[in-house]
Design a protein around this ligand. Structure first.
Ligand code: CAA
Length: 258
């Protein structure tokens, strides 16, 4: 399918989705968000895809929600149209892992989009921020909630209240990103991580994603029980037998996703 605001390629079991509005530093307008929801859903249901990489350009992952498009909206427009609600909910339903490969600006909705992915690999040029306060609004795609869980209350408050940007080193130090790589190697590293995930049992990968995400939704005791039951359930799979036999036989596991 051809998109106006995205470039999508599928190769070697990985769907690479690039945000492509260079004229607006990949600002998230309604067209882009709806195309992204469609592309993610398509990748999720494509049997050839086992992992998804979401990236932007070297200058910007995304500089936020599209301010030009939003500026004239009234409360009634935003509320009755459920601004950002449906597309964001659609993204959260994706069951395959999504890696955000972030270079340059990831601001406002761009930072929030990266945080909705399963983990973030950042280039050393990445800059994260929630500068909505400068526009007279608060974050609207989860920033106040997710950034706080990632970096803690103090730093989250600092970012949201001052609108300052965080560089890649600070983002790694504070747990927002999983690793920082040189800008020139960003895509290579993200694709290598995606390939590694693609080699695992898709069944187990899905279970890991559910279990880790559950830790955000439940008290610890419930999350631990959920994890333990998933762990028990996976003993019903052929991939558990194969994975453990391969270890004992000192060979590579051949997973069959069942
Ligand atoms: N929306 C719409 N257009 C944007 C944009 C945005 N969020 N960010 C950048 N652009 C556009 C600029 O208007 C400019 O377009 P023109 O050439 O037509 O004027 C083009 O992208 C290039 O931007 P700049 O000239 O500003 O580039 P720069 O290198 O000087 O500055 C920047 C880069 C610091 C990222 C700056 O563009 C900026 O501050 N952008 C806005 C960041 C922001 O406030 N993001 C939060 C948006 S609100 C939000 O996201 C709400 C939410 O939580 C859902």
């Amino acid at each position: 399918m051809a998109y106006e605001t995205l470039i999508v390629e599928v190769a070697d079991h990985v769907a690479l989705i690039r945000l492509n509005r260079p004229e607006a530093l990949n600002a998230l307008n309604s067209r882009l968000l709806s195309e992204l929801a469609t592309a993610l859903k398509a990748a999720d249901s494509n049997d050839r895809v086992r992992c998804i990489v979401l990236t932007g350009s070297e200058k910007a992952f995304a500089a936020g929600a599209d301010i030009k498009e939003m500026s004239g909206k009234s409360f009634v427009d935003a509320f009755t149209g459920d601004l950002f609600g449906p597309d964001v909910e659609a993204m959260l339903r994706v069951r395959k892992p999504i890696i955000a490969a972030v270079s340059g600006y990831a601001l406002g909705g761009g930072c929030e989009l990266a945080m909705m992915c399963d983990f973030i690999i950042a280039s050393d040029t990445a800059r994260f921020g929630q500068p909505e306060i400068n526009l007279g609004v608060v974050a609207g795609i989860g920033g106040t909630q997710r950034l706080t869980r990632f970096v803690g209350k103090s730093k989250s408050m600092d970012m949201h209240l001052t609108g300052r940007f965080m560089d890649a080193a600070e983002a790694e130090r504070s747990g927002l990103v999983s690793r920082v790589v040189p800008a020139k190697k960003l895509l290579e590293e993200a694709m290598a991580a995606a390939q590694k995930i693609a080699e695992k049992s898709a069944l187990t990968v899905m279970a890991v994603k559910e279990a880790v995400n559950r830790s955000y939704e439940t008290p610890l005791r419930e999350g631990l029980l959920f994890e333990r039951r998933l762990f028990h359930a996976l003993f019903a799979t052929e991939d558990q037998k194969e994975g453990m036999s391969a270890f004992l036989e000192k060979r590579e596991a051949q997973f069959r996703d069942r």
